[in-house]
Design a binder for this molecule. Structure first.
Ligand SMILES: C[S@@+](CC[C@H](N)C(=O)[O-])C[C@H]1O[C@@H](n2cnc3c(N)ncnc32)[C@H](O)[C@@H]1O
Length: 230
């Protein structure tokens, strides 16, 4: 089976022999791929909705895979400490939902060896949050697929905090890695800010001044981030 670029990147970050929980598994592709390729030793494919789990079951049965258990429920509520899982994937969901899922089961989360998180938005908040719960960011992957951009965060137990605000906003790992794709994306974003600032300069009013100050701050942050890349 062939995974999409985004799901393939997530699967490639799963440690060999992982006991993996895929929260919000939907189609179940990640557990299926990892089990089929003998990368995970055991998987729980979990989803809050019945429809996605039925689709995951059909896909699992099609490949005749044992070693993937399906559970229905919200977030990590389907997992017990006795399951002794060591890796969590939460992908394709909003940042606040990712945060709430981790926060609700912190005791369990803190027993994990690896968290692989791909929030669709609010990525800086997730970086801050994983640091606040005793995880460090071991790696990040930034990728483009069909015109959309995705960030995957791999967190492992450890103490870490970033000194520069731009490291939370844009990811210390990604800035240090300095890929051409990421640089182009940052430059494009910066141009977007600059264009709006130019337009706002022709307008007047309190609201405009407030928005202008926000944009100038955002612009400074992105400039700082781009400097970190050199
Ligand atoms: C957009 S899909 C993402 C599927 C897959 N993880 C991916 O990245 O392609 C979101 C999935 O999360 C499930 N979901 C939404 N809220 C959830 C929650 N609180 N707990 C577990 N699953 C949830 C939905 O039913 C849906 O199957």
């Amino acid at each position: 089976m062939q995974l999409s670029k985004r799901l393939g990147a997530i699967a490639s970050l799963v440690p060999e022999g992982a006991k993996l929980v895929d929260v919000g598994t939907d189609h179940g592709y990640i557990p299926i791929y990892l089990t089929k390729n003998h990368k995970a030793s055991y998987c729980i494919a979990s989803d809050i909705n019945k429809g996605p789990l039925e689709s995951a079951k059909r896909n699992r049965d099609k490949y005749q895979l044992s070693g993937i258990e399906l559970r229905q429920g919200s977030g990590l509520q389907t997992i017990k400490l006795e399951d002794r899982m060591d890796t969590v994937v939460i992908a394709g969901m909003g940042g606040y939902l990712v945060h709430d899922i981790l926060e609700l089961d912190l005791v369990l989360v803190k027993t994990m060896r690896t968290l692989i998180l791909q929030p669709q938005n609010n990525i800086p908040e997730i970086r801050r949050y994983v640091h606040s719960i005793g995880f460090k960011i071991a790696r990040e992957v930034f990728l483009e697929e069909e015109g959309k951009y995705y960030t995957i965060i791999v967190a492992v137990p450890g103490v870490e905090s970033y000194v520069k605000p731009c490291h939370y906003e844009y990811g210390q790992y990604l800035l240090e890695e300095g890929s051409d794709l990421y640089k182009r994306w940052l430059q494009h974003k910066q141009k977007g800010y600059a264009d709006i600032i130019t337009k706002l300069q022709t307008l007047e009013g309190n609201q405009t001044a407030e928005r202008m100050s926000e944009l100038q701050q955002a612009n400074e942050l992105i400039e700082e981030a781009l400097k970190c890349m050199h």
